[in-house]
Design a protein around this ligand. Structure first.
Ligand code: SAM
Ligand code: DTB
Ligand code: SF4
Length: 352
């Protein structure tokens, strides 16, 4: 099928949310001239999403490092010497304090990440307590704890977990070059368990690991042909951490990163596409291009799990310059800001 640029058939192609994309169609989207791709992505974005609103999440590493897995990108694997200091699972009170601070600064979603292959029963009990407490603060909850069984997924749901993050990372072929300690199918099984338990799925990948455009197309094709699209799709740009096998990966052409976001937006019109890891190395102009391509979610706060994220002041400035508002952050209008805002948040609040 030839892809339309803007024209009469454009409407037909984009009015429905599809789960039957073919790989060829996805490849054709990647192959479009950049301007055509951006135009189509922005058109889809405007049809399904608030064009000037971005969701804000805060991320906390609740258990850091010493992970038995061998994910070649990851500073937390016990197999690589990255100089990272390992930390046991945090106490519930410490997590609540961090969630409260995140809420004060305007975050509506709190994500807890743990360097586990899969959670052990004793640790899961503590994480369930964290989820209950964070939920009771009125925040959306998200966790990423590695593989989970259907029973564990049900326990997480019962504790009030809204989203579970578990990434496919890349194509099935390229995956084998990156991780040997768990299979692609293991990951799909966890996603199924999360879905069956009634939670929202947060699933995406990493680009810039030396993969080809074909691998990025396959990853997005798999995500977009799941029985239900993930509600959140994080697109991470590899953070090249010294000591990991991918530390010296060739930098990705920034336009290829933007293309990945644009194709994700076209394939999965209703999801939040998260401009996830890698923002520290992006200038404001590149981030603006990512928002134009359909990204509408970021992690806010000076740290991701173990690596850096832009200063909050820098993000506030970017949002103001672009007149982007923070999705769902209520509060009183703030004098001097075009969009109103939460006085404590520093980020303009959503106008709707
Ligand atoms: N241990 C759990 C797991 O892997 O499922 C949860 C935490 S893990 C750090 C969450 C995700 O972070 C990974 O799936 C990967 O996509 C992303 N990630 C880890 N290291 C990264 C890096 N250096 N650059 C970009 N993304 C990274
Ligand atoms: C996701 O896809 N990206 C976030 C979140 N899910 C948990 C994690 C990014 C981690 C980047 C490397 C680090 O800070 O350790
Ligand atoms: Fe462990 Fe997750 Fe890092 Fe893989 S990505 S090494 S599972 S913390």
């Amino acid at each position: 099928m030839a892809w339309p640029t803007y024209g009469p058939d454009f409407k037909e192609v984009y009015v429905t949310v599809r789960n039957d994309w073919t790989l060829v169609e996805v490849q054709q989207l990647f192959a479009l001239p950049f301007m055509d791709l951006m135009f189509q992505a922005q058109s889809v974005h405007r049809r399904y999403q608030e064009p000037n609103s971005v969701q804000i999440s805060t991320l906390l590493s609740i258990k850091t490092g010493a992970c038995p897995e061998d994910c070649a990108y990851c500073p937390q694997s016990v197999r690589f010497d990255t100089g990272l200091e390992a930390q046991e699972l945090l106490e519930v009170d410490a997590v609540i304090a961090r969630a409260l601070a995140a809420k004060e600064s305007g975050a509506t979603r709190f994500c807890m990440g743990a360097a586990y292959r899969s959670p052990k029963p004793k640790d899961l009990r503590k994480v369930l307590a964290m989820i209950r407490e964070v939920k009771s603060l009125g925040m959306e909850t998200c966790a990423t704890l590695g593989m989970v069984t259907p029973e564990q997924a049900q326990e997480l749901k019962a504790a009030g977990l809204d989203y579970y993050n578990h990434n496919l990372d890349t194509s099935p072929q390229y995956y084998q070059k990156i991780i040997s300690t768990r299979t692609y199918q293991d990951r799909l099984d966890t996603l199924q368990a999360v879905r069956d338990a009634g939670m929202n799925v947060c699933c995406g990948g990493i680009v810039g690991m030396g993969e080809e455009a074909q691998d990025r197309a396959e990853l997005l094709h798999i995500l977009a042909t799941l029985p239900a699209h993930p509600e959140s799709v994080p697109i991470n740009r590899l953070v090249r951490v010294a000591g990991t096998p991918l530390a010296d990966s060739a930098p990705l052409d920034p336009f290829d990163f933007v293309r990945t976001i644009a194709v994700a937006r076209i394939l999965m019109p209703r999801c939040h596409v998260r401009l996830s890891a890698g923002r520290s190395d992006m200038n404001d102009e590149l981030q603006a291009l990512c928002f134009l391509a359909g990204a509408n979610s970021i992690f806010y706060g000076e740290k991701l799990l173990t690596t850096g994220n832009p200063d909050t002041a820098q993000d506030q400035s970017l949002f103001r310059r672009l007149k982007i508002s923070a999705e769902g952050a209520g509060g009183e209008p703030r004098a001097g800001l075009p969009m109103g805002g939460n006085p404590r948040a520093g980020l303009p609040a959503a106008a709707v």
